[in-house]
Ligand binder design. Structure first.
Ligand code: UDP
Ligand code: MG
Length: 307
């Protein structure tokens, strides 16, 4: 059986369409499936829509979070609840074309354990957004020594991969990168990003920036090493300037140079505070992980046994 995990946040308009489309495509290909909608603390009628879909189709199951925990948490809760031998993850807005699922499923049957959906293009994204996304993927690809540039959350995984992912104790999970990190036999399927079928994107510039920093820090300690390099650079600089100052003192014209002093104090104080900020950011991450709070809290279930 194929489990399809669908994170949904304020998607009341999409749930019935997605449930029908995905179930239709898989039935057409003769693949037994369950659809697992994870309502990520939606404020609209998403949960009602999931319950209705579950009443209409016994293959539909739903989980409802007690509040919004974010897409990554929703994906992982779905992976934990999935019962299939293969598990696919798909956006609720049909930007990941479900028509590709049968192809991914065939590759899985041939023995591939992770079938990646790779973006053939990035769909309709504005210039600034595309540029920001590109630099984020360039950075995280370097940190992980892998090319994540066209990766997405559209994937189909074997049970072994799902078990490896859900066994990870990390709180701050980044599905797209972790599913690379675990390894296994991989294959790719290219797809064209579709326009959103209904509703609107759930990401604002602010949440995207926060998401980028959190995920970069989870895979790289380069910013902290940068602090060390800055310190080394400043030591060399200090040595040169120190020698110059002593020579000027010996030659007897040491009085001027207040501008230099002021600039040096400003620059070094600025850099020290910046560095403390970077280190503080990592300490905050350590604190978040060590608290060991669950990634998400499931408040309600529907469909399957718990109907
Ligand atoms: N989503 C979620 N929790 C959130 C934000 C988004 O579960 O806090 C889901 C959303 O319902 C959708 C998927 O993540 O199924 C992708 O979101 P969206 O389409 O808004 O992002 P975009 O395609 O614009 O990157
Ligand atoms: Mg979308």
């Amino acid at each position: 059986m194929l489990s399809v995990v669908i994170p949904s946040f304020n998607e009341e308009a999409m749930i019935p369409i997605t449930a029908r489309t995905v179930a239709g495509v898989l039935a057409g290909a003769g693949i037994a499936c369950e659809l697992l909608f994870v309502d990520d603390g939606s404020k609209d009628g998403t949960w009602k829509a999931i319950q209705t879909a579950a009443a209409e189709n016994p293959a539909v199951r739903g989980l409802r979070f007690s509040r919004n925990f974010g897409k990554e948490a929703a994906i992982f809760a779905g992976l934990e609840a999935a019962r299939g031998q293969a598990v696919a993850v798909l956006d609720c807005d049909l930007q990941h074309p479900p028509e590709k699922l049968p192809e991914m499923y065939r590759l899985w049957q041939e023995g591939y354990q992770v079938v990646e959906g790779v973006k053939a293009d990035r769909g309709a994204e504005s210039g600034l957004h595309a540029a920001a996304a590109r630099s984020f993927y360039a950075l995280i690809s370097r940190a992980m020594r892998l090319d994540l540039q066209d990766s997405s959350d559209y994937k189909l995984m074997d049970r072994a991969v799902v078990d490896a992912l859900t066994a990870m104790p990390e709180r701050g999970v980044f599905f797209r990168a972790l599913s690379y990190w675990v390894g296994f036999r991989r294959a790719e399927v290219r797809y064209a990003v579709q326009p959103r079928a209904a509703g609107q994107s759930k990401w604002s510039a602010r949440t995207l920036i926060r998401y980028a920093f959190a995920n970069l820090s989870a895979f790289s300690s380069a910013p902290m090493q940068l602090v060390t390099w800055l310190g080394a650079f400043f030591c060399v600089f200090a040595l040169v300037l120190g020698v110059q100052t002593l020579v000027r003192l010996a030659l007897g014209h040491a009085a001027e140079g207040f501008t230099t002093v002021i600039l040096l104090i400003l620059i070094s104080a600025g850099l020290i505070m910046l560095s403390l900020g970077v280190i503080g950011f990592y300490i905050a991450r350590i604190y978040d992980e060590i608290k060991g709070r669950p990634r998400s809290i499931v408040a309600e279930r529907c469909g399957g046994d718990g109907a």
